[in-house]
Design a binder for this molecule. Sequence first.
Ligand code: CA
Length: 227
Amino acid sequence: MPPKLVALVEDEVDILELLEAHLHQALFRTSKYEDGTSFLASISKEVPDLVILDLMLPDIDGLEICKILKKETKWANIPILMLTARSTETDKVVGLEVGADDYVTKPFSPVEVVARVKALLRRVLPRMSGKVIRIGNIVIDPSQHQVVVQGKRVNLTRSEFHILHLLASHPGRVFTRQQILDVLWGQEKAVIDRTVDVHMMNLRHKLGPAGKRLSSVHGVGYKMEEV
Ligand code: CA
């Protein structure tokens, strides 16, 4: 398998070079961009396997870039790791809402960034059956990574898709936040509980009225209501 390509979008050159060195050491290929425009121009030529995206860029906001990628079917599945200098809960939550898969707050350890890159890329290979699941008017097709509600396609992020697929594969069964995180991340990463809540909130919103089937079980976790 050829080395995976990680696109680095960051206007601070020393951070770019630090990350590049560590990623090369871990046998990744990298491409570097100091602004959003040059990055967006590049992805029509070669689609990266993952993007490390700075939140504050001189031209386009990292959140805007996230939205642009998630709107395009051919780019929507690229995992995005967001770099942020802001550490408030709100900023992290906003990043996840616009489709980032994970975030790291500056200053960060490059070793940790590489570990998260590997975890995100591992997640690309879903451990799921290819069987189409129908729950009420929700149709989930794992082979296409596609969700259709009442005949209309719903664009979900990778994380949202995995959570929905997990819950819908076992209707009625309650999953704790930790169990959901384990499916998303394996055992290797401690993610704050709130991450699951944000993904659930987005999922419900995107599924519209069908989202009511996803119910929270107070103090425990979440489940998909049986039909
Ligand atoms: Ca910056």
